[in-house]
Design a protein. Sequence first.
Length: 266
Amino acid sequence: MGGTEHLTVRREGATLVLTLNRPEAKNALSLPMLVGLYDGWVEADEDEAVRSIVLTGAGGSFCAGMDLKALAGRGTDGEHYRDRLKADPDLHWKALLRHHRPRKPVIAAVEGYCVAGGTEILQGTDIRVAGESATFGLYEVKRGLFPIGGSTVRLQRQIPRTHALEMLLTGRPYTAREAADIGLIGHVVPDGTALDRALEIAEQVNACGPLAVEAIKASVYETAEMTETDGLASELKRGWPIFDTADAKEGARAFAEKRQPVYKRA
């Protein structure tokens, strides 16, 4: 199982849990963290026993954005990570879910700060849970910077454009309740319980047919910008083969026999 000095990886049943682990820096993004994230997405994609992914942060924060000093990776400790980036110059964008989308569902469990790069990587996740004291926002504009992690494209597709532009152009902080009201997150829970709720949702996903789950996720993203006619055609192409799988037959048998299905990804 992967991981780096700034990111831990563990298994909870069929869920791969990735934990940003620089609590002293509110989990600001470092080069080891980015390498670990990318490796985690790849591990989840390649391990057929993994059915869902939970992304969270240690020490009461999710992610406070980029740490430019840490990203420089100075010193001998950073050589390995710099070599990884040289070998794949797109690695950091894949790590931030800008240029990579895992085929397994990604559930974000947010506590504390989820700002700047934290809010950007959040937009690459599929289901989002936050503690009631969590803080969101795209602060880049206040520092004369551009939120280049994908926010000017993705945010307006995920929440109403007027809210997206306000968040992008003011750089102000948003409470968890505000984030839920505009549709950026789906659940607000008591502080300290976001990970528990995310793991509960992951278990619900894990209990479903994995081939169906992955095909449904792929169809949602594939058809997002299509016309209705093209989208429906794409859905049929993606969905019909699922009905011919052994898992689909097992699901029907289990329902008839009043038992839990045993899916084998076949």
